[in-house]
Structures are given as structure tokens and as C-alpha cells.
Design a binder for this molecule. Structure first.
Ligand SMILES: [Zn+2]
Length: 297
């Protein structure tokens, strides 16, 4: 990836470069041994991507090199052959073009099993794809990830229906309505919690709509992650973990409120019972990001 912006004294044509380096030293990127190591690798990769773009200046281009095992694209010492599929994480992400999953985690071919659908919900095709991964890729698969993102259009549509129900009538495509229907529950939960923490007048704050969208995006990712274990017959504490996070388009970092964390960049464990949602809603509704959003642009 080369990002172009004119004006650099060193090179006027580019600002940042991401390079895939194919090396036969397979030890460069071994499979994570367990779910925790898989989560840490994803978090490190995301920070490396965000740091790369944070380092961009007009005077010096920034570079990030990602080592790839040539076997993962079928290169076997001069011969070509189909590689064995062995992703260490399955990621359910939104279809939004601004969230290229492998790139934002600094991963390459054969690292991630990616399923993308608008609003990152658990529709039949998404669940079927995950079932395949859990059943057939268990030798390498360590964790399942739900990845929402800020300013999600699917969640925004559900928030707009919540704020102005007449908009539902003009939504003629039933498949789009299906996504909105599924998302309304987290919008309602977010609205209830914002009123609980900030009072009923919160709906008159200048940034209320934008805030409700961002709160619902986090709750949507958390609820999707919560639904994975029963849907896939996974037990808590088993070999395959379930985590979630929200990719912030502005900061290029994955974010998830966690009571035990010093900052909230990274992935959070999937909620396992209603009490986890209460803790999450309290943290989210009163956090600094939400306070800032409520004040408006
Ligand atoms: Zn989206």
C-alpha cells in the first residue's frame, strides 16, 4: 500500500508504505499457541498499522514490513502448490470498504478467515461460514473476533429508524429491513443507558444522534460476540475464544471498553451473561469518548 500526498521534500509521491515480504524463514510468523496469544498478535498488528500512519510526516515517509511465509501463497521452493488453509483467527467484520481486515491487523494471506456483512451481524451465511471454520480449521483456529467500526452505515440506519420511525416505511428492501430489525435492540439498549446515565434531556444534546450510533456500534459487536458461543456450541474457557472490538476510523485503532484495562485499545472478551452487559453499558455511557461526542462537533 502506498499513500500519496504531494509535498514531501524527500519524495513528493508517497507518505507511507506497507510491504509484504515473502520469506522462507517460516519461524517469522508461527501460529499463536493459544487464544490469548492470538488476541495479542492481532492487537500488536493493529497498533503497528496505526503507528505507521501516526508516524507519517511530510518530511519522512513511514514504512511497515509484514513477513509472509511463501507456503501461504503456494510457493514451495520454486514449485507452486495449493497451501493448506490455516488461519489463526476468524473475523466477522462489516462490509464497509474503509475497514480492510487483514491490513488493519498487519496480517497477510492465510492468517485470517474473514466473513464480512453489513453491520457485522450473525445472519445465516455468516453463521454457516463460522461453523465451517470451527469444524474444519480447528488445527489452527484460536479465536473468533467480531469487528464493528465507527460511523457504521448499517447501525446508523437503525438509529435513524429509532429516532424517526416513519423512515422504516420508506425502507422498501426487505433485506435491508432485516439488518435494521436485528440492530434495533442494541440501539434501544444504548438509548436507555444514555438516558439512565445522562438524564432524559440527553436526547437534546447536540451530538446525541452521533453518540447513540457509536454506543450502538459497540453494543452490536458485543451482542454479536455473545451470540457466537451458543450458536457454534463453543464453551467459555474452551480452546477457541470469542472477542470483539470496534475499529475507530479516526484513530485506526481497535477499541473496546474493559473495566480492567488502563486504556481501551484492543479486543475485549465476549460478554457471557446479562451482568456483563450492565458493566459494559455503564462504562460506555459514562466514558470520555461518549461525553465528547455528546457535546457535538
Ligand atoms: Zn459498517
Amino acid at each position: 500500500m502506498v499513500s500519496k500526498l504531494p509535498g514531501s521534500p524527500e519524495d513528493p509521491t508517497w507518505l507511507a508504505e506497507v510491504t509484504y515480504r515473502f520469506t522462507f524463514d517460516a519461524a517469522h510468523r508461527p501460529l499463536p499457541p493459544d487464544a490469548n496469544a492470538a488476541r495479542l498478535r492481532l492487537e500488536r498488528g493493529n497498533r503497528a498499522f496505526a503507528d505507521l500512519l501516526d508516524r507519517v510526516t511530510l518530511s519522512k515517509p513511514a514504512r511497515l514490513s509484514i513477513d509472509i511465509n511463501p507456503h501461504d501463497v503456494g510457493l514451495l521452493h520454486g514449485h507452486s502448490a495449493a497451501p493448506k488453509q490455516q488461519p489463526f483467527a476468524a473475523v466477522v467484520g462489516c462490509a464497509d470498504a474503509r475497514v480492510p481486515v487483514e491490513l488493519i491487523f498487519s496480517e497477510g494471506p492465510n492468517d485470517l478467515f474473514v466473513v464480512r456483512a453489513a453491520g457485522n451481524g450473525l445472519g445465516d451465511d455468516v453463521m454457516g461460514s463460522l461453523s465451517y471454520a470451527v469444524d474444519h480449521l480447528k488445527d489452527s483456529l484460536r479465536t473468533l473476533v467480531v469487528l464493528g467500526h465507527s460511523r457504521c452505515g448499517a447501525v446508523s440506519a437503525a438509529v435513524d429508524v429509532h429516532l424517526e420511525p416513519a423512515k422504516y416505511m420508506s425502507m422498501t428492501q426487505k433485506d435491508l429491513r432485516h439488518i435494521v430489525d436485528r440492530t434495533l435492540v442494541v440501539v434501544q439498549l444504548g438509548a436507555t443507558w444514555l438516558e439512565r446515565v445522562h438524564g432524559t434531556e440527553v436526547i437534546r444534546r447536540p451530538g446525541y444522534r452521533a453518540t447513540l450510533i457509536e454506543v450502538a456500534i459497540v453494543l452490536n459487536a458485543a451482542l454479536t460476540a455473545h451470540g457466537m458461543r451458543p450458536g457454534l456450541n463453543l464453551v467459555a474457557g474452551g480452546d477457541i475464544d470469542v472477542v470483539y472490538g470496534v475499529y475507530l476510523l479516526e484513530e485506526r485503532l481497535v477499541w473496546a471498553p474493559r473495566p480492567e484495562a488502563s486504556d481501551w485499545f484492543g479486543l475485549a472478551p465476549a460478554p457471557t451473561d446479562p451482568k456483563d452487559f450492565v458493566v459494559l453499558c455503564d462504562l460506555l455511557a459514562s466514558c470520555e469518548r461518549v461525553q465528547r461526542l455528546l457535546d457535538g462537533p
